[in-house]
Design a protein around this ligand. Sequence first.
Ligand code: URA
Length: 441
Amino acid sequence: MRPLDLIRKKRDGGELYSDEIGFLVRAYTRDEIPDYQMAAWLMAVVIRGMSRPELSALTSAMLHSGEVLDLSDIPGAKVDKHSTGGVGDKTSLIIAPVVAAAGVTVPMISGRGLGHTGGTLDKLQSIPGFNIDLSLSEFRRVLKSCGCGLIGQTAEIAPADKKLYALRDVTATVESPNLICASIMSKKLAEGIDGLVLDVKTGSGAFMKTEKDSAHLAELMVETGERMGKKMVALITDMDQPLGLKVGNALEVEECIEVMNGKGPADLREVSVELAAWMLYLAGRTPSVDAGRELADEVIRNQYALKKFREIVVQQGGDARAIDDPARLPQAQNRVPVLSPASGFVDAIQCEQVGIASLVLGGGREKKDDVIDPAVGLVLHKKVGDPVQKDEPFCSVHYNSDARLSSAQSLLQQAYRVAEKPPAVRRPLIHRVISGKGAQA
Ligand code: URA
């Protein structure tokens, strides 16, 4: 087989056989195909798309480029959740302990912040001492001991994705539903899970801005997972404004602790409980999603989830005192409000701008090797629909560097739109549920 023929075939709209796709992925992972040929093939995929059998073959080849965890020695079903990324999207830190506290194993391999969106690993690392770089054998030990582990992708998991993702990032080939699906699913399926709940975000702070595009990606991922024998469901959830009130790594950990203490913002709690309920249902822990919701509420109410979170933090080397006293989490030195220029109602919040504001404060990376400032971020005082007076604060900026402040402030000023009346239509938090055949509620 020659890469040139396979690039030409895709360029001309042909359908590749699974052994041809397998050859490309294997040879590229072993450095036997140069970046420029793989980039040409990826671009042909972006433009021409893929058939479902091609997508399955790509996902499977990427999945089997590395180790696939076998967790069959841990009793019971194992489930995970994956989010396509958003702003203030911190639900993993709540869901994982909730579901583990309810007795279901959660082997969660997460990512870092990407673009304007935050990442679970960056949030976890704001807990002093928390180690996300466990080896796979340490990961197993933590899973067995407390039913949940939260780590980053290791060199053994889907190495083809690691290489392909880096290439896509610099060749304008990220934005392809097929390539996104194969990338996400190859990593998630390597976790040795039985079921997966996908949180596919939609709106101004999501990578997929329209519900139609989000639903298309969700359908691809649900179908791909099902074909590989997994129970799958995707929830299309709203990301047209930040989730919760806090954006920034340590601030988001603090907000998750609030929710597990039975407080915190209602939207964050609702989305977290809904996703956890589906995980409990897919795992067979509850006979229905409704029962899953009740159980998730119960483990939050009786503080079992918080206790489980403490256990996970201890198992992974973190300072659990930060859970009881969030002042032990990194704190920014300065705070300044961003004021409303007019009285009225918050009509819209450009969510991506809010994510970029947090990023420019140092909460995310502009370049791959940038070091994150875990303390910085924003606390929102107003969300869509809230009344606001002139000179009342929209939000507070938590910052450490004067040099970074002014661009964050102007992004936030532009992000908020004030109107005379509240918005006529309120967007739902959960737009749609797309369930696979094995996961009908
Ligand atoms: N997240 C991933 O892991 N892969 C993609 O391609 C896009 C988002």
